[in-house]
Design a protein around this ligand. Structure first.
Ligand code: PGA
Length: 245
């Protein structure tokens, strides 16, 4: 069943965040479970408010990052258990904005994934090449290295990998269907080599997914859903993506 995840990034104060959550919940009520799974990932500060709006809608709730530890002297960090306690069950990890903007290495992402899984969160691990790596023909090597370094030894019962070419994020420039399809096949091969069976894994595409291209993207072989940034901030557009088929 395709999975659509809305990554709100650093957007959403109490008022607009709850309005957006209520909008998504209203559209989802009675319509989920019919071939779509939907998750929203608001900023930490409004997770509880968003949760109260999602009750009964079937829409899942996630965070956008977590610490690799459960507690301790880590000023500014939020632990997986804290996220779980406020009602979220998902977490996005290794997003390129954290890898680039906060210097997160594959090893750190892996430690976060392990901590999140130990706390019972379902992880969405992001990989993807920069424009320079793409133009230099290194995309597949980069993604293979990120998968190797960021995923834990033991595969969890349910896990999600998101392929997000950095040059397609927030740029309005979506990767071509052949490029997405080829990379998703490459990811599947890498995961099979390492983990054998691929039960319980879904591979999402992210990067300028919008209402007008969602259908095409979601129909590509090997694409099990989408990670949506900008277009998840308007409930109408987000819902059009969620219901694209
Ligand atoms: P975008 O972001 O849809 O705005 O390109 C996607 C993401 O960064 O997850």
């Amino acid at each position: 069943m395709p999975l659509i995840v809305g990554n709100w990034k650093m957007n959403g104060l109490k008022a607009d965040g709850t309005l957006l959550a209520a909008g998504v919940a209203a559209k989802a009520k009675g319509n989920l479970g019919k071939g779509r799974e939907v998750v929203v990932c608001p900023p930490f500060t409004i997770i509880e408010r968003v949760q109260s709006k999602l009750i009964g809608s079937g829409v899942g709730l996630g965070a956008q990052d977590c610490a690799p530890k459960e507690s301790g002297a880590f000023t500014g960090d939020i632990s997986p258990g804290m996220i779980k306690e406020v009602g979220a069950t998902w977490v996005i990890l290794g997003h390129s904005e954290r890898r680039a903007g906060h210097g997160e290495s594959d090893a750190l992402v892996r430690a976060k994934v392990e901590a999140a899984e130990a706390a019972g969160l379902t992880t969405i691990v992001c990989v993807g090449e920069t424009l320079e790596e793409h133009d230099g023909g290194r995309a597949k090597d980069v993604v293979a290295r990120q998968l190797q370094g960021s995923l834990p030894e033991k595969r969890p019962a349910r896990w999600v990998v998101a392929y997000e070419p950095v040059w397609a994020i927030g740029s309005g420039r979506t990767a071509k269907a052949e490029v997405i399809g080829a990379m998703h096949r490459h990811i599947i091969v890498q995961l099979q080599r390492r983990f054998g069976k691929l039960d319980g894994v879904q591979i999402l595409y992210g990067g300028s997914v919008k209402a007008d291209n969602a259908r095409e993207i979601l129909s590509i072989d090997g694409v099990d859903g989408a990670l949506v940034g900008g277009a998840s901030l308007k409930s109408e557009e987000f819902w059009t993506i969620c219901s694209a088929r």
